[in-house]
Design a protein around this ligand. Structure first.
Ligand code: HEC
Ligand SMILES: [Cu+2]
Length: 359
């Protein structure tokens, strides 16, 4: 048996209360959302525009969320089933063309307006860079970025990104293997690094300091280690830095044994940012170096019986023999080119001594 449950129409008083709730809750919601610090400091010329865009999205979407939630809760409360109404049915509804037109057109206008705003903003901040803009080639590879900057002394390859403040820069982003995504949160812009094509964006760093560079596309087991830094410096410091990095290789080899051990440890713990050699300690545990990472084998155990020659081979050609239980392709295979012979020798000597307790 069916019957009808009537609760009476929504009164003008109901509407006033509902509207008041929506207005007050929206105001509180917007104030709260705008007070939160969503982003890191603004490090580029485009950051303020993008943060403003975010604020606009917050201001538009909070009232919609609040209104929908309020009406939903009101309906659940108002038309809830009461004892004895288990077999009743609501009055039949035949739709309302007027309502349907409104709830199609209003969201369409809101979305179209926001999309237009976003498109104009994007075109605006990605206007073609002026001629002569500094170009940095950004290369993604599992699992590191390297940066190649043209300088008067030739190209300089670094694992840390260096930029002068208040000078526009264009990034040419490429990948050598899978899809990565070049992102400096403080700069706000990001773009995929796609094998086979070059993607770009340009901006002007506006804040001195060191900021994170991260990969924003899950690219394999070492994805989380794909974190480097960008240092924005004054033009004078930048020029001096580039001139130093562009100096021909073959920096004087350390003279004494003590210095060689220091160099070996430095290579292990810090790698060689200037050439893109990732620090071993980022992935390996080795007691003497004080590192505890577990992406690769614990070297104290893995190298118990290995001699210097074997260690050298495992470093320069890690895919020749992959350690049991680990995947191929995580350990960088570029150490033969990112380290000088002297650095490699010092590193191997340091590891050999460390794991065999001769340190
Ligand atoms: C991104 C992470 C990562 C970095 C950086 C890294 N490795 Fe590895 N390494 C691995 C993984 C994973 C394996 C195991 C798979 C393999 O053998 O290729 C491995 C294997 C090894 C092995 C062989 C161990 C065995 O049991 O056979 C040695 C030796 C080694 N790494 C030394 C180094 C040294 C020295 C450096 C720095 C120059 C370094 N690794 C940098 C991840 C890394
Ligand atoms: Cu990546």
């Amino acid at each position: 048996m069916t019957g009808q449950s009537h609760r009476g129409a929504v009164t003008a008083k109901n509407w006033i209360v509902l509207l008041a709730i929506i207005v007050v809750a929206s105001a509180i919601g917007i104030a709260f959302m705008l007070a939160l610090r969503w982003f890191p400091e603004q490090g580029s010329n485009v950051a303020p525009d993008i943060d403003t865009f975010w604020d606009v999205l917050v201001i538009v979407s909070v009232p919609i969320f609040v209104a929908v939630t309020t009406m939903l809760l009101f309906s659940v409360w108002r038309w809830r089933q009461r004892p004895g109404e288990e077999d009743l049915d609501g009055p039949p509804i035949h739709g309302s063309t007027k309502l349907e037109v409104i709830w199609t057109i209003v969201p369409t206008i809101i979305i179209a307006a926001l999309t237009t705003y976003a498109a104009i903003l994007l075109v605006d901040i990605q206007a073609a860079p002026a001629k002569g803009t500094r170009v940095v080639n950004v290369n993604g590879v599992q699992f590191a970025w390297d940066f190649e900057t043209q300088t008067p002394d030739g190209p300089v390859k670094t694992a840390k990104l260096y930029l002068p403040i208040n000078e526009p820069v264009k990034f040419n982003v490429r990948s050598k293997d899978v899809i990565h995504d070049f992102w400096v949160p403080a700069f706000r812009l990001k773009v995929d690094a796609v094998p086979g094509i070059t993607t770009t964006y340009n901006l002007t760093p506006t804040k001195l300091g060191t900021f994170d560079v991260v990969c924003a596309e899950l690219c394999g087991l070492g994805h989380a280690y794909m974190r480097q830094t960008v240092t924005v410096m004054t033009r004078e410091r930048y020029d001096a830095m580039m001139a130093r990095l562009a100096a021909p290789a073959g920096t004087p080899a350390p003279a004494t044994d003590g210095a060689a051990a220091d160099l070996g440890k430095t290579m292990f713990v810090a790698g060689n940012p200037a050439t893109g050699a990732t620090a071993c300690g980022a992935c390996h545990t080795m007691k003497a170096a004080g590192t505890t990472a577990a992406t690769g084998p614990n070297l104290d155990e893995a190298l118990k019986t290995a001699n210097a020659a074997a260690i050298t081979e495992m470093i320069v050609d890690p895919n020749k023999q992959v350690a049991a239980g680990y995947s191929k392709g995580i350990m960088p295979a570029n150490y033969a080119t990112t380290m000088t012979k002297a650095q490699l020798a010092a590193l191997v000597k340091y590891i050999d001594q460390s794991v065999h307790g001769k340190g």
